[in-house]
Design a protein around this ligand. Structure first.
Ligand SMILES: Cc1cc2nc3c(=O)[nH]c(=O)nc-3n(C[C@H](O)[C@H](O)[C@H](O)COP(=O)(O)OP(=O)(O)OC[C@H]3O[C@@H](n4cnc5c(N)ncnc54)[C@H](O)[C@@H]3O)c2cc1C
Length: 511
């Protein structure tokens, strides 16, 4: 199997960033604040659940110096960042501190156990609150609306699936000829896929309702590392500097990857699994690898997961146990799981003025003509924030997390870097990238947070990481090779193990 789906990880951006800022000559006095009880964010012990798969292109969520920071099972955050993590502390608001002298930020926090409120003051803040840490439940599906409609069955958001799993399995027994209690899952994204597959494998009756399901790529055989763990896929992917003819070539390439993936997963022409986003226009893709016999697609193919698609849940029927769909009859749900995605974790923590001040306001972008026949823009995608220079957020994998952490550290330290000369130049750069992204990926999930609106990478994380390395005057394309072989060189996170020393050497040379 070439996807590292079973890799245990409890490493996330906050931990990698903190560790990088703390280490060696960077030497910041770092404090990590999290509302969680254990480290790892999405991958913390309390959040993961059986069936949750890591689907990264390279399957890697690591740190280059893994042996020093890997968290053996059962370890506490103190193993990773001794005494540096303030657990169970929720950030309520961040505002600028006294603007005279050294800039600072005031952070209002609440102790989740005692309810005690405090204001902490820091000179620098790195936001690593994640794009998938705040459940999004559309108003018309809220529990208040459900109560008003007398819907009396349990409703759980997919974000709580891990800690409610036992309840769910107790409430809904395995289906048999005598008992038929069904779980309905709303959404077609990765959470809906993983959760429905897990529950179906536990013998539960599951129905998934979606308009479109998240695309997956798959192959009958594992791709060799020189293809999947190199820059090859990333250079085939759309990037801001591509020209139109190349785009056309790329579009066709992705369409054929999609067709091959459907074939590898045995998806029939008339299957609802074909109702998916295009790989060409969409940024995120599930990397299925070699299809699993007990995975989502196989279970749908075999009729072990019911699918109602294309359909959208519009509300609750008044009979106490059914949900309404936009097309078709109401559906009985003995337990409802809303895999309706995630909202921005930033909205609550900045007041309007601070958000505007630091550039997190959304506005209409000028139309930017580039490619023909894009899919229609989602209604919620018409306003973009475009003021975050390089939106140092982008993609999810250990490599780019670590490079980004060094970039941030260099920036804080005032190292010589290849940066815009002034704020106007930075804004222009950000606006240009936002416009490109806006046109190139109209399906982008902007609810995650504002950073997604100005820069987002998925397959193209190697280009992105290379750019950041070059900003620090460090060697990019570190996997080596010559002019012909570089796209096929396997990228390893260990290439980054000496970044601290390299940056320090640059500092000494005053590069
Ligand atoms: C079900 C699921 C599956 C996923 N699968 C993949 C995958 O296969 N591959 C992949 O690359 N990505 C995946 N993701 C995306 C996931 O966001 C990333 O894997 C990764 O966790 C991102 O790291 P992060 O540090 O940015 O965010 P997170 O790991 O979400 O960490 C954010 C942290 O900030 C804390 N926080 C947020 N707001 C506050 C606040 N106000 N106060 C205090 N603390 C706060 C959170 O509690 C959390 O500890 C998945 C997400 C979900 C939900």
């Amino acid at each position: 199997m070439h996807v590292c789906r079973t890799e245990k990880t409890n490493i996330n951006r906050g931990l990698i960033t903190a560790r990088t800022l703390l280490t060696g000559a960077d030497g910041f006095d770092v404090q990590v604040i999290t509302r969680d009880r254990s480290p790892g964010g999405q991958w913390a012990k309390e959040r993961i659940y059986p069936g949750l798969q890591l689907n990264n292109v390279h399957g890697e969520f690591r740190f280059s110096a893994r042996e020093t920071v890997s968290a053996p099972e059962g370890s506490t955050g103190d193993t990773l960042l001794p005494g540096k993590i303030m657990f169970e502390t929720k950030i309520l608001k961040i505002s600028r501190g006294d603007t005279s002298g050294e800039p600072s930020c005031n952070i209002s926090v609440k102790n989740c156990k005692t309810g005690r409120l405090d204001i902490l003051r820091f000179y620098r803040v790195v936001l690593c609150t994640g794009g998938t840490s705040k459940a999004r439940i559309p108003d018309y599906l809220s529990s208040t609306v459900a109560q008003k409609a007398n819907f009396s069955q349990p409703i759980i958001h997919s974000a709580d699936f891990g800690n409610r799993l036992e309840d769910i399995l107790n409430i809904i027994p395995p289906s048999s000829s005598e008992i038929s209690r069904s779980i309905v899952i709303i959404g077609g994204g990765k959470s809906a896929q993983d959760i429905s597959a897990y529950l179906a494998n536990q013998g539960r009756e599951v129905t998934v309702v979606y308009e479109r399901t998240g695309p997956s790529i798959a192959g009958a055989r594992p791709l060799p590392d020189f293809m999947r763990k190199s820059r090859l896929l990333s250079i085939l992917s759309p990037y801001i500097s591509l020209r139109t003819r190349l785009d056309k070539f790329v579009r066709e390439t992705w369409n054929s990857i999609m067709a091959d993936s459907f074939k590898a997963m045995g998806i029939r022409e008339d299957s609802p699994l074909r109702l998916t986003f295009s790989l060409f226009w969409n940024v995120q893709t599930n990397d299925e690898g070699v299809p699993r016999p007990n995975g989502f697609h196989a279970l749908v193919n075999e009729g072990k997961i019911n699918v109602i698609a294309p359909a959208r849940m519009t509300g609750y029927a008044g009979d106490g146990h059914s949900i309404l769909l936009n097309n078709g009859p109401s559906v009985k749900a003995d337990l409802l799981i809303l895999a309706t995605g995630y909202a921005s974790s930033w909205t609550d923590i900045f007041d309007e003025k601070t958000a505007a001040d630091i550039g997190l306001y959304r506005h209409q972008l000028v139309n930017y003509k580039s490619l023909r026949d894009p899919p229609p823009l989602q209604p919620e995608n018409t306003k973009w924030s475009s003021s975050i220079y390089k939106a140092i957020l982008a993609t999810n994998d250990g490599y780019s997390f670590e490079v980004t952490a060094h970039w941030i550290s260099s920036y804080f330290l005032g190292d010589k870097m290849n940066l815009p000369r002034n704020a106007d130049e930075a804004l222009k750069h950000a606006e240009r990238e936002a416009m490109w992204l806006f046109k190139r990926h109209p399906d982008l999930n902007l609810s995650l947070n504002e950073a997604c609106t100005s820069y987002s990478t998925f397959w193209t994380w190697p280009q992105y990481s290379d750019e950041l390395l070059e900003d620090m005057y460090l060697q990019s394309m570190r996997s080596g090779g010559n002019w012909f072989t570089w796209p096929f060189q396997v990228i390893s996170i260990n290439e980054l193990a000496t970044l601290h020393e390299e940056r320090e050497a640059n500092r000494r040379k005053n590069v």
